[in-house]
Ligand binder design. Structure first.
Ligand SMILES: *Cc1c(COP(=O)(O)O)cnc(C)c1O
Length: 211
């Protein structure tokens, strides 16, 4: 395992699906990893966007590592002011959070790139909008000029291929329907299926760091 093997698996999945590997970006999820580990297991192989779940942990690492930082975990509204430090927020899931992000973007004088997280597995403990609420949220987000909605993100339930793959396929269908280019889906256990089903961003942590 490790990053080179993950890239190889992504390339092979692209080949099987008739996609170009350039369509898929690996976001290295570095939560819980030290700066030394990140240098050794990720940055030694090239430049990759780095994903963190928690704002505080990300802010600390940003001071130590030059990288394109993504927030992949849930963002609390009271932390929205830190959003302009991230190149992409994967986890927008409500209009009130969007309003807080727009305000923070105006204050920082930037536009913020975001993905809308969709809870396709309908798991109560998970974040993300339900599929039926997606059209209205996307429509309302158009009112918020400082936000650039680039795509959709999902975290599927843990389960066998027969459960997970259709969820990835559904996220791709929804992204197509709304004309959104980015699909953030796939983690260490399922990124190969995600790539085959159209992922443009895979968020892989664990598989990069095991020997
Ligand atoms: C932790 C995390 C990942 C990476 O998961 P691994 O199983 O370590 O690959 C991806 N996305 C989100 C939202 C995460 O919290």
């Amino acid at each position: 395992m490790g990053l080179p093997e993950v890239l190889e698996n992504i390339a092979r999945a692209c080949q099987r699906a008739g996609r170009s590997p350039e369509e898929v970006r690996l976001v290295a999820v570095t939560k819980g990893r030290s700066v030394e580990e990140i240098r050794e297991k990720v940055l030694a192989y090239g430049t990759f966007p780095l994903g963190e779940s928690r704002v505080q942990e990300a802010l600390k690492k940003m001071d130590l590592l030059q990288a394109e930082w993504h927030l992949v975990g849930h963002l609390q509204r009271n932390k929205a002011k830190f959003a302009p430090r991230f190149a992409l927020i994967h986890s927008l899931d409500s209009f009130p959070l969007a309003e807080a992000l727009a305000k923070a973007a105006v204050k920082a004088g930037v536009r913020l790139k975001v993905l809308v997280e969709v809870n396709l597995g309908r798991e109560p403990q998970k974040h993300g909008v339900l599929e039926e609420d997606l059209p209205e949220l996307l429509a309302r987000l158009r009112e918020l000029e400082p936000l650039e909605v680039l795509g959709l993100m999902t975290v599927p339930p843990v389960g066998p291929e027969g459960v997970v793959r259709p969820i990835f396929r559904r996220l791709s269908e929804l992204a197509d329907r709304y004309g959104l280019p980015e699909r953030s889906m796939g983690m260490s256990g399922d990124y190969v299926w995600a790539v085959e089903e159209g992922a443009t961003l895979v968020r892989v942590g664990q598989a990069l760091f095991v020997d």
